[in-house]
Design a protein around this ligand. Structure first.
Ligand code: NDP
Length: 317
């Protein structure tokens, strides 16, 4: 496993990170979830991602992560979580108010069984809270030692720029991480997000690098989704709805041929492709089985040559 610096921070994270959305604390049984996390740690993954809303109920995925990481020294891994999405029906059960952020960090610390969170993300931009209020709350958490680094997830580029400039003006701790979607089919961050973040010293931790499993080649034109896969699992299959189109599956077939030519598996090609961007610190995968972790970590350290990159662009064009 190779490690990269997260933006201009001093934090080193594994090129492959493991997340818990739609898996741990919900459809993936606990023993298997723990086996995935252990497999990841043992193969050098030091970066694990949660959110307060992941799992069947708030903080459920964090509790599974606590159990899985218990055997390992706290300072040997990076654990992250987030707040923004609703965790209840109350008016303050969502968003980025100081009140909600502080309450959720306390609950996440407890669920994760840790004294500090390595990276705490604002899960989305909150138009209903003054940006300064959220940034000051994050700064206080960092000063208190409950959070080490701040991050944002899927903020529009102009909001990232506004946050960065306000942190500078108010002399607050700077964001270290941005967590957007990024894969061969979803590449909007190449336009403005990456340039702004590079400038501000923020590193990318990119989610769904395998397009939720579509870029593994296991979904095929005219075939049923494989048993046990996300597309075949009630409760989570809705997140793939409308994504397995003929056009996408045609492209996946062509990308599989490129992977074969490069002597790689398709997931390895897809992960090496997002990691070709120097601003990307980690490709944040999900895994429902330990074997998937074993397969995916092999993408670390692979450099795709110009011919392969050109062939990929021709398919995606
Ligand atoms: P991926 O694109 O990596 O998809 C992961 C899923 O693909 C797995 O759960 C598994 O699903 C399948 N898969 C993975 N590897 C293989 C393999 N080698 N062979 C076959 N199938 C494979 O990422 P996710 O969309 O799951 O997102 C990853 C993480 O990113 C999340 O856990 C979360 O931490 C974060 N995230 C953050 C968001 C945000 O708003 N900040 C939003 C979404 C995700 P299965 O076996 O069930 O088919």
């Amino acid at each position: 496993m190779e490690y990269r610096r997260l933006g201009k921070s001093g934090l080193k994270v594994s090129e492959i990170a493991l997340g818990s959305w739609l898996t741990y604390g919900t459809v993936t049984e606990k023993e298997r979830a723990i086996a995935c996390v252990k497999q990841a740690y043992e193969l050098g993954i030091n970066h694990f991602d949660c959110a307060n809303v992941y799992g069947a109920q708030p903080h459920a995925a964090e509790e599974v992560m606590q159990e899985a990481l218990k055997p390992y020294a706290r300072d040997s891994y990076v654990i992250t979580t987030k707040a923004f999405w609703p965790v209840g029906d109350g008016p303050n059960d969502r968003g980025l108010s100081r009140k909600h952020i502080m309450a959720q960090v306390e609950k996440s610390l407890k669920a994760l069984g840790v004294d500090y969170i390595d990276i705490f993300y604002f899960h989305r931009f909150d138009p209903d809270t003054d940006l300064e209020e959220s940034l000051r709350a994050l700064d206080d958490l960092i000063t208190q030692g409950k959070v080490l680094y701040g991050g944002l997830s899927e903020w529009p580029a102009d909001k990232i720029a506004a946050g960065v400039s306000l942190q500078k003006e108010l002399q607050l701790h700077k964001f270290a991480a941005s967590q957007p979607i990024y894969n061969m089919f979803e590449r909007y961050i190449e336009q403005a997000v990456i340039p702004i973040c590079e400038d501000a010293g923020i590193g990318q931790v990119v989610f769904s690098p395998l397009a939720q499993g579509v870029l593994t080649g296991k979904y095929r034109k005219g075939a049923q989704a494989p048993e046990g896969s996300r597309a075949a699992t009630p409760g989570v299959n809705r997140f793939l709805e409308g994504r397995l189109t003929e056009d996408v599956l045609d492209k996946v077939e062509q990308l599989s041929a490129i992977a074969t030519k490069a002597e790689l598996s398709l997931p390895q090609l897809a992960l090496a492709w997002v990691l070709r961007q120097p601003n990307v610190a980690s490709a944040l995968i999900g895994a429902s089985r330990p074997e998937q972790v074993v397969e995916n970590v092999k993408a670390s350290g692979i450099t795709l040559n110009e011919d392969i990159l050109h062939d990929i662009e021709a398919v995606l064009a």
